[in-house]
Design a protein around this ligand. Structure first.
Ligand SMILES: *Cc1c(COP(=O)(O)O)cnc(C)c1O
Length: 391
């Protein structure tokens, strides 16, 4: 019975790790109808509240009228439209890089970059808590794969010093997706220079959200293309659309256009998505009040949750996990929140280390202060009830 799938599924279920999708009957936003029920949600990556923004919808519709729905082919055949071209140039300018290249998803961008830059003569150094797509990218590249301790520059330095690889690529999340803390990009860029390595930063959760103009954690730390040679950002989170891009030198982008297989062998994203993303970019640049409101909500949540004695992580980003410990306890708490009409995701192993199952609360500029207070109230009710049970 080589294909006894049920046995594996049962084991997952018994370990409290079984996963299944929820089904939404309304657009992304703080108030959603899901599996037929109304919820106040704190689990999306739509940090600026753009996924269902009327101006994005309008650009999308307009572009669909002008350009149709499907792009019809890969970028290198005839699927690359003027709208794609405009978006690439706008993203390059926004991030202060010479050029940019679009990918259909962030996962593919990561596989594409690492796979194109490295082979078995090379070495890749990844933060232990990097996103799965970066870890997969490193493993698939065939390069010597090393994970350094989370944000531990000494541990990384020792590994770099020992390496005799042709190319050395340091790869990190900018904002760690399950913890919400930020990488020490300045320290990493110094180390990279000392060891003749390159630094690749995946700013999926910082792009649109961090930095003075929303250009991300590199902007916040004033790091240009000589410090961070490869900047990757996604468009499906803060930007509210879909897809991803890589920005860097003209040479890097020409190289990826020629060697990144997940760019070459896939259909270009619909031009209407690129058009909507150009509108997101305008909003990100021109409405800093979205980022300011979000920061206010983050402080409000942290102060309130700390007062309740909840175990928060060292995060000043919209990702605000509450560490619970055991997977079944985290599941129980999400169920209790659900009964109060609040949707928060439980994150369990193997996504996070054993014993650190958590409620991953994410905040959006679309939330009101009142809604954050409502979450805190619900957390107060359930955690007080469960500590009475335990005592
Ligand atoms: C979400 C995410 C990705 C994947 O991006 P998609 O566009 O959703 O495929 C890559 N890296 C990080 C850090 C992410 O959080």
């Amino acid at each position: 019975m080589a294909f006894n799938l049920q046995e594996d599924l049962n084991k997952r279920r018994e370990a409290g790790l079984f996963r299944q999708t929820l089904t939404a009957q309304s657009p992304q936003g703080p108030l959603m109808k899901i599996n037929g029920q109304q919820y106040l949600t704190f689990c999306s990556n739509d940090y600026l509240g753009l996924a269902n923004h009327p101006q994005l919808i309008e650009s999308f519709k307009q572009a669909a009228n002008d350009m149709g729905v499907g792009s019809g082919s890969a970028h290198l055949v005839n699927g690359h439209s003027q709208t794609h071209e405009n978006l690439e140039q706008a993203l390059a300018e926004f991030t202060g890089r010479e050029a940019a290249i679009l990918f259909s998803t962030g996962y593919m961008a990561n596989l594409g970059v690492v796979g194109a830059l490295l082979d078995k003569q090379d070495a890749v150094f990844e933060d232990k808590w990097n996103h799965a797509s970066l870890l997969d990218a490193g493993l698939l590249s065939g390069a010597r794969f090393q994970r350094y301790l989370h944000n531990d520059l000494e541990n990384l330095q020792a590994r770099l010093a020992r390496s005799e690889a042709r190319r050395k690529l340091i790869v990190t999340d900018a904002v760690f997706s399950m913890d919400g803390d930020c990488a020490d990009l300045i320290g990493l860029s110094h180390l990279a220079k000392q060891h003749d390595a390159w630094l690749m930063v995946d700013d999926a959760h910082g792009f649109g959200v961090l930095g003075k103009t929303g250009a991300g954690l590199c902007e916040e730390n004033n790091l240009g293309p000589k410090d961070v040679q490869v900047l990757m950002g996604t468009l499906g989170k803060g930007f509210g659309t879909a897809g991803a891009f890589v920005a860097g030198s003209k040479e890097l982008i020409e190289y990826l256009t020629n060697f990144a297989r997940p760019y070459i062998y896939t259909t270009a994203m619909p031009a209407a998505i690129a058009a909507a993303t150009l509108t997101s970019l305008d909003i990100v640049k021109n409405e800093p009040q979205r980022r300011e409101h979000l920061q206010k909500l983050i402080s409000l949540f942290r102060v309130g949750a700390t007062a309740l004695g909840l175990n928060l992580m060292a995060s000043n980003t919209p990702i605000q996990p509450i560490v619970i410990g055991e997977a079944d306890e985290a599941i129980k708490l999400t169920e209790q929140l659900k009964q109060q009409g609040i949707l928060v995701t439980a994150i369990r192993p193997p996504t996070v280390p054993q014993g650190t199952a958590r409620l991953r609360v994410t905040l959006s500029a679309a939330h009101t202060e009142q809604q954050v207070l409502q979450l805190l109230d619900a957390l107060k009710n359930i955690t007080q009830a469960s500590s009475t049970l335990e005592n």
